[in-house]
Design a protein around this ligand. Structure first.
Ligand code: SF4
Length: 62
């Protein structure tokens, strides 16, 4: 499953990059999925971050 960050919604808490730095980075004040890690949506840690993102900006999709 794919994971992405909606930059329009992210408010830059950096929690995703802090909790899973191998999947997420923090760039110019926004969380981003690291290039090549877009298929990490089935990782339990990524699922937890989807739940915990304070702005619900981390999205799962096919
Ligand atoms: S946890 Fe959510 S609000 Fe915080 S940087 Fe990541 S995507 Fe943005």
């Amino acid at each position: 499953m794919k994971v992405s960050v909606d930059r329009e919604v992210c408010y830059g808490s950096a929690e995703c990059a802090y909790r899973a730095p191998e999947v997420f980075d923090f760039v110019e004040g926004y969380g981003v999925v690291r290039p090549g890690r877009e298929d990490s949506g089935d990782d339990p840690l990524v699922r937890e971050i989807v739940e915990r993102c304070p702005s619900q900006a981390v999205l799962l999709g096919e």
